[in-house]
Design a protein around this ligand. Structure first.
Ligand code: TEU
Length: 543
């Protein structure tokens, strides 16, 4: 058995159930499919899985629009399938984290159906309803992330309701204690079923400004005002909401944590998607040990894979967040796959994928991997006709949406749809390019990205200075990223060259570097007190 703080430094594997394994020939993955493929995840050497939503849902936002928090969508199976999956995961030593999407519900959720039916029903105040301005327009200037205003007119109540995402994802009114109670009941439902943790979707969107004040005008970097592009989300809305509501959310997160603490070994990881202020939010949400266990930020989900950027992210975090804890990730179901994002050419893709996991596995924090990255999968190129993501459909071709990272897992190269489904057609195509990268091909190749992931994750797991130790950066240049991970009397030096030119790094005066046996993927060499690094390579030593 693992200690109660098993999550600290853990490696978490994100499963996107729609695209993992289909067992019913529906073209969509399901929970039985997850159970069937758990061996692959356990063998990878992670500590936990995070499952994207499988709850009852009209699937307007691929399950991030929930219509029943306490049931499984028939597309994904049944509660019994979930229990089986959970039992099997536990048998394999894997913790199970589920995605709680409680900032908003689906508009088909019975709570919203009732809420919109009149102005005086028992759930009339469970969502964010507001009267129009005298001229009939929306209550304020808030915008939706997925485009257009954050307000939708309802002809029955003759009021607007607020939504941060799709119009079919109405925002719950967290200021109402009954809403909080009802949501905590659903959390309890899954705790009692035995889940080990929760990923809290958009945790910093829970509360809205009670006074519904308009946002200050927002000036994008290019000098245009949001009035120039009213349909494009300028992220001004969230900044306004966050600032005004932090204290209320903290009190809610304390209630949430108190519930988790009635059980043993349960954890929470909040998704904080607030660009500039995310670290402040993470600090507020994870400090003190009475709120969230850790937060997940977007810092490493962008295109920047440079020494300076990574050093900045981690040092800013260490400085701001102190006793809080972060979960780093290079990929998830919302962003372009990092093998494509970080590699400059097709040829260097596999190499960059290996270097990226080596780096991630040596950072301080917990780490999150997204299904398929262990194969070095590139982003899928899809035609408009293939798109399923409403976000992409709306903004095509300026933004192609999130389907390119959501295509099915390739398991067996010579099977139809690489073994994902026996249906005539999967919900998203399996790119031809992914076939050669299928699990069965990479398993037998010790040089494959997959084999490398296994070695690196085992390396991380076997060393407490990696999962729990401190981190201290050496130097502040653009050419190399160097840091020491230390715990008790043990310390390790890591040096990364993320550039396309050879680099060298001189050890600090009194540092003695000794080779580390079985350190995978560190090709740099030491001559005298200088570490020599080929382009895109890494070095490690005991110091
Ligand atoms: O994402 C929250 C979020 O901020 C996203 O809108 C993100 O900015 C965008 O996807 C980046 O391309 C969460 C889920 O991860 C996402 O899949 C959902 O669509 C969203 O919440 C709404 O529930």
């Amino acid at each position: 058995t693992l200690p109660a703080d098993w999550w600290r430094g853990a490696s978490i594997y994100q499963v996107y159930p729609r695209s993992f394994q289909d067992t019913t020939a529906s073209g969509v993955g399901d929970l039985k499919g997850v159970t069937q493929r758990l061996g692959h995840i356990a063998f990878l050497g992670v500590d936990a899985i995070w499952l994207s939503p499988f709850f009852k849902s009209p699937q307007a936002d691929m399950g991030y629009d929930v219509s029943d928090y306490c049931d499984v969508d028939p597309q994904f199976g049944t509660l019994a399938d979930f229990d089986q999956m959970l039992t099997q995961a536990h048998r394999l030593g894997l913790k199970v984290i589920i995605d709680q999407v409680i900032s908003h519900t689906s508009d088909r959720h019975p709570w919203f159906v009732e809420s919109r039916s009149s102005r005086n029903n028992s759930k009339a105040d469970w969502y964010v309803w507001a009267d129009p301005k005298p001229d009939g327009s929306a209550p304020n200037n808030w915008l939706s992330i997925f485009g257009g205003p954050a307000w939708e007119w309802d002809g029955v109540r003759k009021q607007y309701y607020m939504h941060n995402f799709l119009t079919s994802q109405p925002d719950l009114n967290f200021h109402n204690p009954e809403v909080q109670d009802a949501l905590l009941e659903t959390v309890k439902f899954w705790l009692d079923r035995g889940v080990d943790g929760f990923r809290l979707d958009t945790v910093n969107y829970y509360f809205h400004d009670k006074h519904l004040r308009s946002n200050p005008p927002h000036y994008p970097e290019d000098g245009a005002t949001s009035a120039d592009a009213p349909d494009v989300n300028p992220y001004g809305m969230q900044e306004h909401l966050f600032d005004k509501t932090r204290p209320e959310n903290i009190a809610f997160l304390q209630r949430f944590r108190a519930l988790l603490d009635q059980y043993s070994g349960r954890m929470s990881v909040g998704e904080v998607g607030d660009g500039a202020r995310s670290l402040k939010t993470v600090a507020d949400y994870t400090s003190g040990g009475d709120k969230l266990h850790m937060c997940y930020t977007f810092d490493l989900l962008g295109p920047d894979f440079t020494a300076r950027h990574i050093r900045n992210c981690v040092t800013n975090f260490e400085r701001e967040v102190r006793d809080g804890w972060v979960c780093w990730a290079f990929s998830n179901h919302d962003v372009m796959r990092h093998a494509s994002r970080f590699a400059a050419t097709e040829e260097e893709r596999a190499h960059v994928a290996k270097l990226a996991i080596t780096l991630l596995a040596t950072l301080r924090g917990s780490i999150c991997l997204y299904q398929g990255e262990e194969l070095g999968l590139p982003e899928a190129e899809l035609a408009f006709e293939d798109l399923q993501d409403p976000y992409g459909i709306r903004f095509w071709p300026a933004f192609k949406g999130r389907d390119g990272c959501r295509t099915p897992m390739p398991w067996e190269a010579d099977q139809a749809f690489a073994g994902f489904t026996t249906a005539e057609k999967p919900w998203l195509p399996v790119p031809e390019l992914h076939r050669a990268l299928a699990v069965d091909q990479q398993e037998r190749d010790p040089q494959s990205v997959l084999s490398h992931y296994r070695r690196v994750l085992a390396f991380r797991r076997s060393r407490k200075e990696l999962t729990q130790g401190s981190i201290e950066f050496l130097g502040d240049g653009d050419d190399v990223l160097a840091f020491v991970r230390r715990r008790g009397g043990r310390a390790m030096l890591f040096v990364y060259n993320l550039t396309r030119a050879p680099q060298s790094f001189t050890l600090p005066g009194n540092m003695m570097a000794l080779p580390v046996p079985q350190a995978p993927g560190f090709a740099g060499t030491l001559s005298g007190n200088v570490v020599e690094l080929e382009p895109l390579s890494a070095y490690c030593a005991a110091v």
